[in-house]
Design a binder for this molecule. Sequence first.
Ligand code: GRF
Length: 217
Amino acid sequence: MSRKRVAVLISGRGSNMAALIEAAKDKSYPAEIVLVLSNKADAGGLITARDSGIATEVVDHASFGKDRAAFDAAMQKVLEAHRIDIVCLAGFMRLLSPGFVGLWQNRMLNIHPALLPAFKGLDTHKRALEAGAKTHGATVHFVVPEMDAGPIIMQGAVAVRDDDTEKSLAARVLAVEHRIYPEALRLVAEHRVRVVDGRCLINGAPVPDAETLMAQS
Ligand code: GRF
């Protein structure tokens, strides 16, 4: 089976992008990262991508003003030019139009720094601490038009410590993100994920569950 061609969409430092690039260096990994696309020319992750010899493109949202559809169409053109099979959002800070999302149904993944459906949106670590959550973590899910919704492919959990700060909690969750995103992409690239009634069913060998991941963190 040929490796799936993946584009990673970023807006910032791109540490999840780097984790995907690292995983895909292994020739037996079922996906290759062939494109990193950013909506910001100064995204730090673009440098990392170029250093790894990966094609980069910038579609600057600012030059499209409020015309979200035109921005999405420009991105779609780039994705088609690179013959992309799967899109991974990794700290991509733009809302996408339903039309664009529909084109990538069950082929576009996102990583969110919380155990969805808890703590959708921003400042997830701060809010988890304020809520007194004892378990926190990260979620990889398929993208649907509603933000931070969509079928959950994989989650990883960390125990919240009494002395955690936003920074310390974020660091432990980020380590989990870097572990689960490549694993989730592997499952999708291997066609092992089926979406049934809004839930992901995973075929084949068992994947690490939240408890295992928590024990490791
Ligand atoms: C990550 O915490 C990710 O979960 C969220 O945005 C952050 C991006 O970080 N969607 P990085 O650019 O991958 O380092």
